[in-house]
Structure formats: structure tokens, C-alpha cells
Design a protein around this ligand. Structure first.
Ligand code: S3P
Length: 436
């Protein structure tokens, strides 16, 4: 959040072209974490060179791991082995990145050194008890602030014990945190999740040769395994592709192809939801790359219709709701989201902040405790706030494809946390977006 950036989007006609959006954020984080703990040299392709993933990269460098600067998505990690990390000399500043903080809490709880995890204003206000509580059950010793937030002071211990943890919410970060701590715990650690969430940790651990047993909603790990260096090919982030899936659906005369998109079934809820709304999305060239399904997606204009979003799809599209709310404003009739209270503890309260902005633009959007009710509306112009949340900034930019007057969006610098190329790619496809 070094400098303030304001986006302005002029009413735009259509989106056309073929692009490859940057690498998957979740997989980029995990490639650095697991590559660092592996024995040998790991080569990563398709790495997301954006602030969040770079926060993870810098944290591991600060713990003694030699990692090259990302160049065209290529990163080389000289793994130090599971017990090779060194105490960082200073607190690890994880910026805006919740994934870095929650996964590192688990991974660092069982080291033989202490460390402090800090973050920016947004990250320092997000709930961390969801990770420190299960870790305490394992015997970890982590101090939070009084209200359960960062900075976190981790007092490393060699005495973690395995637990059988039933997650109170669907969260891949909490699941991953507990499993990573389980690599250092005596006995077996098992997580049970209330609904499927992204499984990149489980897949990538297995890809590095570290056994994780997955059976239905349960995943189990113990401390017997070791990680062996691997080559990781990170596909494009479906969460970034989502902005153009919605954009090309709501804009007239549009035809966009998104190349090499990660299609892990725990991530494709946005496609299912848009298809239920009547979107034209063609999945082409389905293939498998490095243990993850990948495809090219072609999306053309459609008249979307309002739906009741099935609750089981919510965790599978959890990061895509800001832009799905924009789709809902353009869909005939009413769209109702329920069961999505987790949106309130993302980089900002995404239910309140999106509803506020949509209302500013003249959209009939009503907040509920766990979601939103949106009726089809003409999107107007206005001045909205992203609250330093990257996905809110990009969602309101996409609204320009159906707005009848300019929209200005404040506080957009954090687009750099996940999608630094957003403005350039979006304008190359036809969005009239400028930043200053
Ligand atoms: C992520 C999990 C999700 C998601 C976040 C990335 C991950 O968070 O919102 O952007 O990489 O594990 P929750 O676990 O809080 O749902």
C-alpha cells in the first residue's frame, strides 16, 4: 500500500481477445513453502510475481532459503530440507497476505526457533484464532493480540502432538495450517472439513513425495515423510480469470479466450455459478499439468439470469463473489447469495463493501447476515471505495462494461497483491480503464 492508486473506468462496449492471466496465487505460495522444505532444487514455472506470493518468498529467504528472483514466472528454490529453516533475524512482514500468515503459523509452530509474523492494517485486523486455537490443541505456543489478531509471536516447540481436528468453517487456510503443523507433530494429524475447499496443499505435498491420505472430507498426515524437490508448473489463476469470465458474459459482442487456466474441481465454482446463470463458457483443451487439471476457457456474451446460488458452491467460488455480484446486477430478476458469512473476514468485509459500492452505482443490493440479495439494475456512475481490497477494485472495474457513466474506484494499489497486470490485460481486451 505504498502509494494510493485510483482507477477510473469509462463506459466500455465489449471485451475481445485471447489472454493468459498470471499464475495461481494459492499454488504459488505453496510452491515456495514446500520447495523450501524439500531436499534438492525445485524449479517453478508460472509463479505469480505479485506482492502476496512475494511476501511468502521473502519470508523463506529470511529463514535462510536461497530463492532466485522470479523472472518470467520462473523461480528456483534451493531447498533446505524439512528441518533446515533458520530463525529469521527480524519479524516476518507478510503484507496483505492471509494465506502466508495462516499457513506459516502452522509450519513454524513446530520449529526449534521463535519468530514474529506481522502484516499490513487489513491483515492485522483479520481473525487468527481460527489457526492459533487448533495449533494450541497440538501443543503450540503462539501469542496473538488481545482480540486474536496479528502480530503473532510463535514460540517454536519440538513437542507438537497430532490431533483430529473438525474444522468449524470451510477454510483451506485453516486446513492447510493444521496439516503443515502435522508434518512436525508426534502421531497422526487429521482434518475434517464441513465442505470441500481447495486442496492444493494436499496435492502438492503428495507431488513432493510427502504422503497425505485423503478420504472424503478427511485428510491425514504424520511426521514420517520427507519432501523431495520437484518441478512445479503453476497454471493461471481461475480467480483472476473470473474477472474476464464475468466481463465477457455481461458485455455485448464479446468473445474472450483465457489460456491455461487451473481447473482444480475445488476452484471451479465460478464456472458452475455463471453457467447456472446462463453464461456461455466453453471448456477447451482439457489437460493435466503437474497433477492439476488445466484448460482454455472461451466465454462469449450472454443474457444472464438471476438465481439462488447453491450453498455448496460457495466455498468453491469463495474469492469470486465480488465480481459475481456485478454479474448479478446485470442478471434478469433476482440473485440471492446465502451461506457466505466467510466473505465478511476476507481482505475487507466483502459483503458490506460490495453492497455499499453497488448501491452508490444505483444497484438494488441488500445486505443479509450471510450474503446478499441483488435485483437487476442499470449500473450508473459514481465514486466507490475498494477498501484496499484487490478483488473489490477489479470487480468494480468490470462493472464499467455495463455502466452508463464513469466509475472511479479509490484505493486500488492492492491489485498488485494478486494481479499486477490487470489494467494492461483488461485494456488490451477493450476495457476503458485508467489509473492514476
Ligand atoms: C486460500 C484459501 C481461501 C481463499 C484465499 C486463498 C488458500 O481462504 O479465500 O484467497 O490459498 O488456501 P480461506 O481459507 O479463509 O477460505
Amino acid at each position: 500500500m505504498s502509494k494510493s492508486i485510483t482507477f477510473t473506468v469509462q463506459p466500455s462496449e465489449s471485451l475481445n481477445g485471447e489472454v493468459r492471466v498470471p499464475g495461481d496465487k494459492s499454488m504459488s505460495h505453496r510452491s515456495i513453502m514446500l520447495g523450501s522444505l524439500a531436499e534438492g532444487v525445485t524449479h517453478v514455472k508460472g509463479f505469480l510475481n505479485a506482492e502476496d506470493a512475494v511476501s511468502t518468498l521473502k519470508a523463506f529467504r529470511a529463514m535462510g532459503v536461497e530463492i532466485t528472483d522470479p523472472v518470467n514466472g520462473e523461480v528456483t528454490i534451493h531447498g533446505v530440507g524439512k528441518h533446515g529453516l533458520k530463525a529469521p533475524k527480524e519479524p516476518l512482514d507478510l503484507g496483505n497476505s492471509g494465506t502466508s500468515m495462516r499457513l506459516l503459523s502452522g509450519l513454524l509452530a513446530g520449529q526449534d526457533f521463535d519468530c514474529i509474523l506481522t502484516g499490513d492494517e487489513s491483515l492485522s485486523s483479520r481473525p487468527m484464532r481460527r489457526v492459533t486455537e487448533p495449533l494450541a490443541l497440538m501443543g503450540a505456543n503462539i501469542d496473538t493480540q488481545e482480540n486474536g489478531t496479528a502480530p503473532l509471536h510463535i514460540h517454536g516447540t519440538k513437542n507438537l502432538k497430532g490431533i483430529d481436528y473438525v474444522l468449524p468453517m470451510a477454510s483451506a487456510q485453516v486446513k492447510s495450517c493444521v496439516l503443515l503443523a502435522g508434518m512436525y507433530a508426534n502421531g497422526e494429524t487429521t482434518t475434517t472439513e464441513p465442505a470441500p475447499t481447495r486442496d492444493h496443499t494436499e496435492r502438492m505435498l503428495n507431488g513432493f513425495g510427502y504422503p497425505v491420505q485423503v478420504e472424503g472430507s478427511k485428510a491425514s498426515i504424520n511426521s514420517d515423510g520427507k519432501l523431495t524437490a520437484a518441478n512445479i508448473d503453476v497454471p493461471s489463476d481461475i480467480s483472476s480469470a473470473a474477472f474476464f469470465l464475468v466481463g465477457a458474459s455481461i458485455a455485448k459482442d464479446s468473445d474472450v479466450t483465457l489460456q491455461h487456466v487451473g481447473m482444480n474441481p475445488t476452484r471451479t465454482g465460478v464456472i458452475d455459478i455463471l453457467r447456472l446463470m446462463g453464461a456461455n463458457i466453453e471448456v477447451m483443451n482439457e489437460r493435466e499439468v503437474g497433477g492439476e487439471p488445466v484448460a482454455d476457457l472461451r466465454v462469449t456474451s450472454s443474457q444472464l439470469k438471476g438465481i439462488n446460488i447453491p450453498e455448496e458452491l460457495v466455498p468453491l467460488a469463495i474469492d469470486e463473489f465480488p465480481v459475481l455480484f456485478v454479474a448479478a446486477a446485470c442478471a434478469t430478476g433476482q440473485t440471492v447469495l446465502t451461506g457466505a458469512e466467510e466473505l465478511r473476514v476476507k481482505e475487507c468485509d466483502r459483503i458490506q463493501v460490495m453492497a455499499d459500492g453497488l448501491q452508490t452505482l444505483g444497484v438494488d443490493a441488500q445486505v443479509t447476515a450471510d450474503g446478499m440479495i441483488i435485483n437487476q439494475s442499470q449500473i450508473g456512475g459514481g465514486d466507490v471505495h475498494s477498501h484496499h481490497d484487490h478483488r473489490i477494485a477489479m470487480a468494480f472495474s468490470i462493472a464499467g462494461l455495463r455502466a452508463n457513466a464513469p466509475i472511479t474506484i479509490q484505493d486500488c494499489a492492492n491489485v498488485n497483491t494478486s494481479f499486477p497486470e490487470f489494467r494492461d490485460l483488461a485494456t488490451s481486451l477493450g476495457l476503458k480503464l485508467t489509473s492514476e
